[in-house]
Design a protein around this ligand. Sequence first.
Ligand code: MN
Length: 231
Amino acid sequence: MAELKSTTFTFPPRVKGLKIQGCEDLFPVGKIYCVGKNYEDHAKEMGGSVDRDQPFFFSKPPQAMTQAPSIPFPALTQDLHHEVELVVFLKSPCSNIEPKQASQHIFGYAVGVDLTKRDLQTIAKEDRKPWDLSKGFDNSAPISNILKNEEVVLKEGDISLSVNGQEKQASNITHMAWGVDEIISWLSKFISLHPGDIIFTGTPAGVGALKRGDHVDASIQSVGDLSFELV
Ligand code: MN
């Protein structure tokens, strides 16, 4: 068999990079996983409950992430919802690990918003279809600069989101049903995790609709702030 000699690509690979606080280098985005129903009050407002036996996940593509201050209002929705979430960034490969081993793989944290086309998601749920088009559209994952906080399992901190200065979501990450270390462990049993992989850890209650022109401010204590406008 002929040996592969080429080290070039037919066209440049698309690598999404995210800004890190106090660092020139960018964080290269790998896979993005999002936990559903990780706060009891949000699970309840969606008409469900937290599953104590196992968390569940869905994905967004790397290009969903944006650090732009202005985000074009997405097409094909009448009900775009905000979901503020603690986001975890991984720095090393891991597979089938226990929660106590998870901390060594943590690179840092950021404030993210899991933008959701709730109308499309509701239809998908009813039809037992996947959520990709309601969750993984362009710019569906606005994110703050990353706070490098290596090997720390964040367990508490106020998390909030306001729209046009009015508070809509306010909770504390102590209310997560599944902790950061448990989420990483659980995911690592199903799939190999790698440096660059990112996990959205779920949203508290208070999700609601956004419209063009809205200004969103989100914040997590000891992690950072995120602001953007829908244009
Ligand atoms: Mn979410």
